[in-house]
Design a protein around this ligand. Sequence first.
Ligand code: TMP
Length: 225
Amino acid sequence: MKGLFITFEGTEGSGKSTQIALLEERLLAAGHVVQMLREPGGTPIGEEIRHTLKHSEFNRGMKPETELLLMNAARAQLVREVIRPALDAGEVVLCDRFYDSTLAYQGYGRGLDLKWVQTIVDFAVGDIRPDITLLLTVPVSISEARRLARQPLLISVPATKSPRTPKLGFIRDRMEEADRAFFERVEEGYQAIAGADKKRIKPIDGTQSVDKVTEEIWAQVSRLL
Ligand code: TMP
């Protein structure tokens, strides 16, 4: 594979979306071909699954095991339809979340057996692994305040992604309905995952100014280009 695969991780409200957009701009300006993706989603099938996971009016009874499988069904599609071909073509792939989210949310957060979670993830991704993962960290209290401030959320998505996703509207998000203890476990999970793979995962203090975070990210990414 000739391309570069960069993933962003962090809890809700950690500033990922802002930073990923700024990094895309900078990479495009430097002449790279960039794929900007999000998980769950990033393909028409994946966006349908995202809708089921987050916004469907029928998703209230979803079990953690179902959540795990749906996250990875979307991922399996994204890897084969977009990520692998893009990397083979030498492009830079930016992904807002990837399998570390599954370990943190379904493993640590929902309490599913980490070995099972890893097995399902391995099946979904095959041989695709991020070259670098930027983990934006913010205290749970800040993340919670930002999360609550944007519920319900006003979203705008490209019309082509999924016929079922509203173009503009107020929507509830099942994932954001979890309690504080869940998000504390997710954050602890991220710390544990980052501690176990310091070579790939680069924690960045998300409470710093946007500019400072942008520069730290660029320092990490530019040495890989
Ligand atoms: P977001 O795109 O706004 O970050 O929403 C995605 C939600 O899905 C977020 O709450 C994190 C969650 N998630 C998981 O629980 N497991 C996963 O594997 C992924 C990719 C996301």
